[in-house]
Design a protein around this ligand. Sequence first.
Ligand code: HT7
Ligand code: ZN
Length: 876
Amino acid sequence: GQIVHLENYRPTDFVLERVDLTFELDPQETKVEARMIFHRREGVSPSAPLVLDGDELVMTGLLLDQEAIPGTLYEATDDTLIIRELPERAPFEITVTTVLSPETNTKLMGLYRTSNVYCTQCEAEGFRRITYFPDRPDVLAVYTVNIIADKAAAPLLLSNGNYLGGADMGDGRHFASWFDPHPKPSYLFALVAGDLGVVEDTFTTVSGGNVALKIYVEHGKEPRATYAMDALKRSMKWDEDVFGREYDLDIFMIVAVSDFNMGAMENKGLNVFNDKYVLADPETATDADYANIEAIIAHEYFHNWTGNRITCRDWFQLCLKEGLTVYRDHEFSADMRSRAVKRIAEVRHLKSEQFPEDAGPLAHPVRPTQYREINNFYTTTVYEKGSEVTRMIATILGRDLFKKGMDLYFERHDGQAVTIEDFVACFEAASGRDLKQFSLWYHQAGTPLVTASGVYNTAGQTYTLSLEQTVPPTPGQSSKAPMHIPLRFGLLLPDGSEATPTAVSGAEISGDVLHLTERKQSVTFSGVPAQPVPSFNRDFSAPINLHVVQSAGDRALIARFETDLFARWQALNTMALDNLVKAAAQTRAGRPVACDDALVDALLAAAADNRLEPAFRAQVLSLPSETDIGREIGGSNDPDAIHTGRQAVLTAIATAGKDSFARLVHEMSQSGPFRPDAESAGRRALRYSGLFYLVYADGQPGKAADAFRSANNMTDLSQALTLLAHRFPDAEETAEALAAFKERFANNALVIDKWFAIQATIPGAATLDRVRGLMSDPLFNANNPNRVRSLVGTFAFANATGFNRVDGEGYRFLARQILDIDARNPQLAARILTSMRSWGSLEEVRASHARSALEEIARASSLSADVSDIVDRMLE
Ligand code: HT7
Ligand code: ZN
């Protein structure tokens, strides 16, 4: 693929007014007729041709105002259709007829089949696989869709907008027509046809509109869609209450399908979901599944305003809809659950996924300026860092001005396709604040590093903070300008209370936000009665790395007294991370691992503190992951040493806290029926933390095996199985539990994905052979993205010791898998390949094996654009 540059953006020569689509569905020979009304944009040369996008299309007809266009006036290639000599002023109609084979479409882009259901995925550039079209987000049109299909095979015919009507055609077929009054880009088009069950409900909007709600799932799975329906209604209400956004059609539909490249898709009025993010019941879904369903249902629904009503001018602006919508779904979940616990989970995810991306060869700005394959830019940087950038705008402006800016955005840009600059301008206009320097967050890649040190002057009762920021170099960006970093902070006094300085100089401070804007900044606080302990980045107000030299005692003070719960957790987590980094070094040097008493004491104190909610305490007890430790070490990493050191620290904590953990398990045991709410989930999480350490203290599988046998919900069951398999992979109890789990859930693919994932993450070199074996299990299906992700993806992303085997076999295995998957589904292959994005931080033996594996992929003939884009960037 060629590189697309932002600077080359220009509007289309022709304006698309209306689209009429007719589909005659057939598994191998679907006929699509697209009638499109265009007019030449003012000022465009009369000789300019109409250029439409296509991808693997077979065109069987081409008309201008219902007359065949002579072959001399058009040119159809693999990826474009060019039509010349079109009317200068008057609108004209182009009719394109194409024939598609949904059944053999394994890329899952465009129109495809999944479990006998016809389904589309058009974002980003899938519509061009249906017909020749101006397939770009700044072309907004009103669509009418007619669907014809065999009535028995596809009793259900769905598309965007409102239902117009339908009828029997008398020949075994029937049709349905849909009209979407809201102009939309082609990437939001959707069609679904098949035989599905439905869960129905209604929602009355704040202004009295009645909306029919429908969630379509495979027959028999309806009861498992009720939680999703509940989440949908809560999302609709929340968007009215918090953002003032009402739904705008008579009907809102969600369809769950089992073959899907990503999580879900926000097509106007007809969201299509990976069934993993719709289906849940206590027997088969974990608390994490419930939380994900709630978040993703909300995310896709929120896109109706942030993405659909106001869309992106071009794909460089992807964060305009994704970053903002992730921010919205984060706020929603924070309101539905515990805000502090939600924030901790977000930051853990950001640090374990986005920070490595930003520190490696795939680093790119939140708003990139070039791409080869847009599918590869649906990244954690665009999504999660994009959300953090939106959050920082809210932090800098404060709640009211942020709201004023959002209202202005909706008012100014409804119905338009806009840019990040348009978005930021709304907040500048609403607040009168200049956000030029702040906007560097969109343009400079890399995680800023802030170092801080403080000096207290006893005589003058002043405290001076020296702050310095650097942004590391990233591909294509060697030097960076200083950023505007909003740092929430507090100065804690030795008694745990917070200092209230009488004056501050050297930085703008508003409330507890310190605005760091210079490369080096010295900030002095007056009227500080004693040497304070600074607590930085409360609520993780800025997505940065922070280096502050702080003693375990200082951190323990923050952990005990901070008013910001996130900062408490952060202090404990940092204390643990310091220990784990040391443990890895000790292991590597062949020395015994020492675990600081201060850490053990602080963890046990927090764990036993009944004033803290259980979910928070569980987060405290969940130590930084091996990836986190590797990131902190930063280079020449040895995953085996990191793992062994971490295991030793876990065992030390477990041994020291055995009695407390036994108490926790007892206190957190629940009776009564399962409830998926956050409070109950928190108690399950804390109980599991206790069990985890008890099993580590015992060094025996007994308690985990008992927990497995007595579990009455999927959270407890899958965690017990994980504990057994990961800690005692060769024990008889483990083999029995794995077999029992498989037998019980063999007919539930989503649960079997957990079974694959648990085994794929068993630490150690032997797991590769296990994964190979599982690939020939009859329950594995190499064509289903969820199966492939749960086995191959999880092994590569989440098994540091197994995947990074020192002999390089893990990388060679992945290389072959990538080539195999790429032949069917390039998007899936490219995404799994990004698991190698941090290969440059490995010690040299592993790094050299990793490089060879990447080179093997790069050398392969007929690589997709998706995979070659990723592999080339990783080798640059
Ligand atoms: N906007 C969607 C992103 C998306 C996608 C979804 C399914 C398959 C392929 C896809 N490519 C891009 C999902 C979202 O962020 O809401
Ligand atoms: Zn999204």
